[in-house]
Ligand binder design. Structure first.
Ligand code: BG6
Length: 471
């Protein structure tokens, strides 16, 4: 009988630079958008301040201090048995404002050191070029991704890091959750408060930048595997009424439009019609068609946390959930996390099938996990059975997608494999880690690391190549 998970399956963990590194001005780093965003909560969006305000706590400034602790942390990842580790390069370490002609050598050296450390332990780096950390200067000076100049500046940055890490990194992801611009504009790395026209133009620029990066990367090293990434916003029709079903198709188009362009290399008809209806005219250049058609991705990566519901009846929306506009109505068949995200392992299998049916290219789950409040009374003995249960059921769903449905998968990366700052709220209390970090929402704590119960469970799962998921 063949293995449920193929040989070479990339079992791993993931974090992002801005949520972990800290060292926000060290090594010549410039400020990114996240460096002026304070902590929010489940119900309160993160506030972006006008520059750095005295007395305000900005969680990206210290993160979990990965900038200084990466060697010890990577040793822990090796002990955990990770085959792959995903992080991002912070653009502002390489080009502090984005417009410099020459890259910042100290920033380049930092990632050389991180990648060397991973390779020393036999861990494959999976590297995201842009994970919500557009240089602040580009946002303030040019309006972020609404401005075409960012495509060129991003291409310059991509070329620099592709050339530098040509022989160290094989797996690249261009833009984290490119469709997140639909929900949280700064998360999609654009400016705040976008009009529809600006949002569509920014989306167009993000897609062009992604395609341009693929073209550049493949010229520099044809063996690179370069993927694009979505936040998986799979949405069920709330009822079998044709109206709900049609709405679910339209909700799907809003998200999958991004992967349609990245995989197929052109804007799909439904999107062109939507833009026409909205009176939106994109500013384009003649060479763009070629860039999009040549810069197609080789695999589709996704983050998956929850499934969603499309309902034409607006009542009973999930309350107290920052991502209400993506989550929709509460699904009566599912439980919710402490942050109101609907837990749905089968939804992952369904959506992997959906992607694979549509594209027939390899898929890669590069983020999945449970953000929860841990009882930290005894930090060295955290019993996170709820997290194990979440991970086990989702890994099982990936295994079924591979073994039963024939979906081609590159790997599975547990999000926030070590506790980090939450992306949407900036809290530390929303923990995903298999490794506890002693740090609170205000940045207080010893910063010490402790293995949770889930650490030992995941090591066994990896060691057995997914055969043993028992607790
Ligand atoms: C994804 C992001 O949207 O979700 C991550 O790529 C983020 O950066 C993750 O951390 C989970 O969201 P949160 O808000 O729970 O940290």
């Amino acid at each position: 009988m063949s293995e449920r998970f193929p040989d070479g399956f990339l079992w791993g963990g993931a974090i992002a630079a801005n949520q972990a590194e800290g060292g926000y001005t060290e090594g010549g780093k410039g400020l990114g958008i996240l460096d002026v965003m304070e902590v929010g909560s489940k119900d309160t969006p993160r506030r972006r301040t006008d520059g750095i305000e005295p007395g305000v706590h900005y969680p990206s400034h210290q993160g979990i201090d990965f900038f200084h602790t990466y060697r010890d942390d990577i040793a822990l990842f090796a002990e955990l048995g990770l085959k792959a580790f995903r992080t991002s390069i912070n653009w502002t370490r390489i080009y502090p404002t984005g417009v410099e002609d020459e890259p910042n050598e100290a920033g380049l050296q930092f990632y050389d050191d991180v990648f060397d450390e991973l390779l020393k332990h036999g861990i494959t780096p999976v590297i995201t070029l842009q994970h919500s950390d557009t240089p602040l200067y580009l946002s303030e000076q040019f309006g972020g991704w609404t401005n075409r100049i960012l495509v060129d500046l991003f291409a310059k940055y991509a070329r620099t890091v592709f050339e530098r890490y040509r022989d160290k990194v094989k797996y690249w992801i261009t833009i984290n959750e490119i469709n997140a611009i639909n929900y949280v504009t700064w998360f999609g790395a654009a400016a705040d408060d976008l009009t529809d026209q600006q949002k569509e133009q920014a989306s167009y620029h993000l897609l062009l930048a992604s395609a341009e990066a693929v073209r550049i990367g493949k010229q520099i090293n044809p063996n690179f595997m370069i993927g694009g990434m979505l936040t998986d916003a799979y949405s069920y029709p709330y009822t079998c009424s044709p109206e709900d079903v049609l709405l679910s198709v339209q909700d799907k188009h809003r998200n999958i439009f991004f992967s349609d362009v990245m995989v197929r290399g052109y804007y799909p008809a439904y999107k062109i019609r939507e833009l026409e209806r909205g009176g939106i005219l994109l500013a384009t250049q003649p060479s763009d068609e070629l860039i999009l058609s040549e810069g197609v991705i080789e695999f589709l990566a996704c983050s998956y946390y929850a499934s969603h519901v499309s309902s034409t009846d607006a009542d009973e929306m999930i309350q107290g959930n920052l991502l209400q506009n993506i989550a929709g109505k509460a699904n009566p068949y599912l439980q919710q996390s402490d942050w109101g995200w609907q837990i749905d392992p089968l939804g992952l299998r369904i959506s992997l099938n959906d992607f694979y049916d549509r594209y027939q290219i390899p898929l890669f789950v590069v983020e999945n996990g449970l953000g929860a409040v841990d009882d930290t009374t005894h930090p060295d003995a955290i019993q996170d059975d709820y997290r194990i249960d979440y991970l086990r059921r989702h890994i099982d769903a990936v295994g079924d997608a591979i073994a039963i449905d024939g979906v081609e998968m590159i790997g599975y990366l547990a999000w926030g494999v070590i506790d980090i700052v939450s992306g949407t709220t900036g809290e530390m209390a929303k923990r995903y880690g298999l490794i506890h970090v002693d740090r609170d929402n205000d940045g207080h704590g010893s910063n010490a690391r402790f293995k949770k119960k889930s650490f030992h469970w995941y090591r066994k799962a990896i060691d057995s190549n997914g055969r043993d998921l028992s607790t």
